[in-house]
Design a protein. Structure first.
Length: 177
């Protein structure tokens, strides 16, 4: 193959995936897209890319197994997880599974390319003294449980000990994209 970087985008939002793919192609990447884990497996049989962008939520499924598959195929691959469902739990799991960075949507091509360039940690990042609010802790717990249940709303509500409608209202107030 050429020295051209290759990228796979695992994203179920067809419009966003197409826009992101075009933007990376203009920057010199060979780009392929997958809307599901099964499509990712098919693409990995043909070629293992040097870079990957994985959406945390693929329809009703989690994108975390895709991160694990990509890392297993090539531990040197630079993997960035994009999510509208940001939580500390999913960020930690993404990194443990092999992602080099975790970005909250909306993120653009510049943000993602910068994240590829920051594959190593930065010990100089300032530590802030800002305490988390109870609402932040609740939101993180909801997201952690959603990820653990593969985004099954009924099971998440059961595990959190709340009514399914209550959870649905909380998710409507603060949509997870």
């Amino acid at each position: 193959m050429t020295g051209q970087p290759s990228l796979i985008i695992v994203e179920d939002d067809e419009t966003f995936a197409r826009t992101l793919a075009r933007s990376f192609e203009r920057r010199g990447y060979r780009v392929r897209t997958a809307a599901s884990a099964s499509r990712l497996d098919t693409l990995l049989e043909a070629e293992v890319p040097s870079h990957a962008v994985v959406d945390l939520k693929l329809g009703t499924a989690s994108g975390l197994p895709c991160v694990a598959r990509l890392y297993a195929r090539d531990p040197e691959m630079l993997i960035v997880v994009l999510t509208g469902y940001a939580s500390i739990a999913t960020a930690v799991e993404s990194i443990k599974l092999g992602a080099c960075h975790y970005l909250v949507k909306p993120s653009n091509t510049d943000d993602i390319e910068a994240a590829f360039g920051k594959a190593r940690g930065d010990a100089e990042v300032p530590v802030t003294g800002r305490a988390s609010s109870i609402k932040t802790h609740e939101w993180e717990m909801i997201n952690e449980t959603l990820a653990a249940t593969d985004f099954n709303i009924s099971e998440t509500a059961r595990r959190l000990g709340m009514h399914r409608r209550t959870l649905a209202r909380k998710l409507e107030k603060r949509p997870v994209k």
